[in-house]
Design a protein around this ligand. Sequence first.
Ligand code: BTN
Length: 282
Amino acid sequence: MDTESKKAPYTGSPFRRELFMKGLRESLFSRNPVFLESVGSTNSFLKKMGDSGAPEGTLVLTEEQTAGRGRMGRPWLSPKYVNLLFSLLLRPERMDIKEAFSLTVILALAAIDGIEAVSSVRGGIKWPNDIYVGQRKVGGILTEVCGGNRKIEYAVLGLGLNVNWRPEETDSLLYPTTSISAEYGEVVSREKLLAQILIRFEAYYKEVLRAGGTESFQERFNERALFLGRDVEIETADGNISGKAIGMDKYGALIIANRKHGEQRVLYGDVRVKFRGKEDSP
Ligand code: BTN
């Protein structure tokens, strides 16, 4: 019998708020944290708070979601006590709705940098919102924006990160999945990891507001993007776009080049990499 099948399931442990707050210190996200044992979706919960005037920096973290949502209406699955499930409320003054992508980009970068700070695991980004380790998904971001007159009133950024999960114990996964501890070989502190991600995210957010875009992150993003230089097909609401992935522009849009249209900016879609005439994902 192999040793893997004898492993007892990892049941995790409750999130230690004090340890997390100590690691976060004075921060935009330490002013109004909300910790929930269970909720439908932290994004939906925080959007209601956003509508009622909750301040920028509000953090909602839960141990369990009963209706966790991913992009394209997909469910987000996670067992209780083992992963990170949280949302952040931002009110970036004067930010145009079309620049909202930059927020997803910097959260993805903060997540891979935070992961690397607490483990030696090197993550990659599958534009626009997936966090990968090797060929397996370890996390995803759901950004939802509320605004009018082309300006953002508030943005809710939700991150689901597989921290201490053993995805092999689940049989209802939609794609190849892993967790940080599965890659690292040890249980990872969710509290330290979240503090490390948020410390970085706050600094990156301030830089984006100062510079008016993600220009200073472009090089780093492109370095960690999974499919640059590859032939990709992107499923968008207006149909599929094919071409070579060139990189990300200063607002977080993906630049695709093909013979017919030259360079195109893609703001929303699901990327598949074309691989020897077929497609694979990522
Ligand atoms: C995706 O990969 O499609 C995005 C997944 C986003 C999941 C997170 S978990 C916390 C927050 N609440 C939700 O309902 N979704 C996001």
